[in-house]
Design a protein around this ligand. Structure first.
Ligand code: SAM
Length: 688
């Protein structure tokens, strides 16, 4: 069990996350009761979950606790307490205290809270927690809460945190006149959140507050014990688990499972090899931008498939930009190789920063060689397909690249820029430190010097352009990266959505600049993770966290002139680390959950397929894949132990993507050794 964590100076290290949760997940979604907002801003949710889950404590999701139960999603806790109108001085009853979190929140408002839990183990743990945290007015009792607590009645408010088939009469009768009962009622899978107000000795008024999904209320006034209930309702007892959203989509999925997998099986276009896949993808060759995702950052099939599709688009359809989720200066080394240009002097070694395997692997090496061969048939190097990085993480290399350029074209400007960038010098090796420093000082120390450098560069654009347009374009992009990175590391402590949005906006703006730079006929292929490519508008990222991404921005800018293509896999191996900056491991990818788009794709029974999900597809198929379901995202970190929480999110697949490419079984990329950070690559450019 965890207790609230304090920093070395005694500060509450979760205070910022808690404030973010209150603002983003409660206030922004319509919770207005100041008592609820204040109480939820105070009670340490991380102390009510097992330590490994504390990092997820302030996400808006239910989390697993002991005895196969859940701690409710923060939003639903807030909503129920708001409906119960709990006020100082109230006597409150909670049925289903679970971890004790909701009881503690109510205890922070009311005068006394009685909370009943049917599992002795949970009741005992909750009791210890309340005591340790000092909630002396919260009393945890083990028993069947459907009978209420007649000896302590009447109650000003009763909150039931589990879903029953009907309203327990005993609870209504234990309300004070004017008292409120909030309870999910309905069939086992979905319930309606009901508010009952006792208006007189025998009079009650009921309000319906929408659909919810809760774990079952088990007892005399609720469902029978699990085994019996499972048999009666036809629900497989072992699928009843916790999940995202409210509670238990696993059960919901059991009922609807066959619909998406039948739709997939009927509409999927199987392919036997990557040439067949590339041919299937040519239906999007008339688009200005084709965006190719990946479900992990370390799967060979995703790289190879994107490579073959891209080669076809370049060779046959005039695509001349390959823009990838990688650092700009490093990508210029690969670009020079692919286009037969002189090797840039900065950086000395490409892609030597974590996660090295993402771009320094055999799949990328093979692709660049084939791209070079395709390019060789085009006489003018300026017309050849280029390889560009879209990302923001190259603060130090980008500073070097700007200075290197200015040293060559304008020594006085170089002197001034060197002085200005000096502000960031102490942080070049570890830019996150700059963010912490700016945060503690309360102002952005280096914002002005880095923007001044960019503005000066742009002001002198015409003079610089006449010397060498491409070199200027490169320097300008590096100066933009320094400016964005300064902002990125500064705001990264204000919550993930802000820094995510800044980064994706930067990546999209960079894509647009490359397209403009390559001229009116230019066409681009983008390679980035599904989470950047699939429109965030139709996933939990946009709908819950307020994040946008490249795919969403591309749809706004290019409309039907872009195609968003996602990738998925069921099982196999993947190259990933356990934590940031830790060594790469070859990890086993667990078979996907049954109730995920990956589970449905596996169930379709086709080894590898292409599935159009956009407007070109039949309405019935699109509809079957438009229901929110879980989807898996593995990045450079893979944590199988907490897979559901770390890697699954809700998405509406047929709206998120225009097509979905599936490989049932996949293998890790073949990573290449890291080159010496201070010397030239032994075998330029990718250590093959
Ligand atoms: N409010 C809790 C929290 O903050 O952690 C979450 C409650 S959890 C969703 C529902 C709980 O209701 C489970 O712990 C379950 O064991 C309990 N429960 C189900 N039926 C019950 C009953 N008849 N009496 C008491 N507890 C019950």
């Amino acid at each position: 069990m965890s207790v609230p964590e304090n920093g070395p100076d005694g500060t509450d290290i979760h205070a910022r996350d808690r404030a973010f949760m209150v603002a983003r997940h409660l206030e922004a979604r319509g919770i207005v009761d100041p008592y609820v907002l204040t109480a939820m801003g105070k009670v340490p949710r991380e102390a009510f979950v097992a330590t490994p889950l504390s990092e997820f404590a302030y996400e808006d999701s239910a989390l697993p606790i002991e005895a196969g139960q859940t701690i409710s999603q923060p939003y639903i806790v807030a909503r129920m307490i708001e409906l119960a109108e709990i006020r100082p001085g109230d006597k409150v009853l909670e049925v289903g205290s679970g971890s004790g979190y909701a009881a503690a929140v109510m205890g922070a408002i009311a005068s006394h809270v009685y909370a009943i839990e049917r599992h002795e183990e949970l009741a005992e743990r909750a009791r210890t927690r309340e005591h340790r945290l000092g909630y002396r007015n919260v009393e945890i009792i083990c028993g069947d809460g459907t009978k209420g607590l007649p000896g302590e009645a009447p109650f000003d408010a009763i909150v039931v945190s589990a879903g029953g088939p009907k309203m327990p009469e005993a609870l209504k009768r234990q309300l004070a006149i004017g008292g409120r009962l909030v309870i999910p009622v309905g069939p086992s899978v979905h319930q309606t959140l009901m508010l009952v107000r006792r208006t007189g000795e025998d009079t009650f008024v009921q309000e319906d507050h929408g659909a919810v999904t809760f774990v079952p209320l088990i007892g005399e006034g609720g469902w029978a014990a699990p085994e019996t209930a499972a048999k009666e309702s036809g629900i497989d007892a072992e699928t009843s688990g916790f999940a995202h959203g409210l509670h238990g989509p696993a059960r919901r999925a059991k009922i609807s499972r066959s619909v998406p997998s039948h739709a997939i099986a009927g509409a999927a276009e199987p392919f036997g090899d990557l040439n067949e896949l590339a041919a299937l993808t040519e239906r999007f060759a008339d688009r200005r931008v084709v965006l190719l995702g990946e479900a992990t950052h370390g799967t060979a099939e995703f790289y190879d498939a994107r490579a073959r599709i891209t080669e076809t688009l370049v060779r046959k359809h005039g695509f001349n930009i390959v823009a990838v989720e990688a650092d700009w200066p490093d990508a210029t080394v690969y670009d020079a190789f692919a286009r037969g240009l002189p090797r840039p002097s900065v950086p000395e070694s490409a892609f030597s920063r974590f996660p090295v395997w993402m771009w320094r692997n055999a799949q990328v090496g093979n692709f660049l060689q084939r791209l070079q061969a395709i390019n060789e048939r085009i006489a003018d190097p300026a017309q050849r397909a280029g390889f560009y990085g879209l990302d923001v993480y190259s603060l130090s290399t980008s500073i070097s690249a700007v200075l290197d350029y200015l040293d060559r074209v304008d020594t006085e400007a170089a002197r001034i820029a060197r002085e200005r960038y000096g502000c960031l010098a102490p942080f070049r090796a570890e830019p996150a430190r700059y963010g912490r420093m700016a945060l503690s000082r309360g102002y952005a120390m280096c914002e002005k010097p880095v923007t001044d450098t960019l503005v000066d560069l742009l002001r002198r654009r015409l003079g610089y352009l006449v010397r060498d347009g491409s070199a200027f374009f490169d320097a300008e992009q590096n100066a933009r990266i320094v400016a964005t990175a300064e902002q990125y590391y500064r705001i990264m402590y204000y919550g993930t959505a802000q820094s995510w949005n800044l980064r994706d906006q930067h990546m999209f703006d960079t894509l647009e600049r490359i397209i403009d730079h390559r001229g009116p006929g230019s066409k681009a292929v983008v390679w980035a993770h599904n989470s950047h490519i699939g429109s965030a508008e139709f996933t939990e990222m946009g709908q819950v966290r307020g994040e946008h991404n490249i795919g969403q921005l591309a749809r706004v800018r290019f409309g039907e002139d872009c195609a968003l293509i996602g990738f998925g896999t069921d099982r196999g191996t993947v190259a990933a680390a356990s934590n940031w900056d830790e060594p790469m491991e070859i990890k086993r990818v667990q078979p996907a959950r049954d109730d995920s788009f990956e589970g449905y794709s596996r169930e379709a029974g086709i080894d590898a397929f292409f599935l159009e999900t956009g407007p070109g597809q039949k309405r019935s198929v699109r509809d079957a894949l438009a229901e929110p379901q879980l989807e898996r995202a593995i990045g450079v970190i893979y944590r199988p132990d907490t897979e559901l929480l770390s890697h699954y999110f809700q998405a509406e697949l047929s709206k998120q993507f225009d097509a979905w490419i599936w490989f049932t079984e996949t293998q890790a990329v073949a990573a290449r050794p890291q080159s010496h950070p201070h010397g030239p690559d032994e075998t330029y450019p990718f250590g093959l």
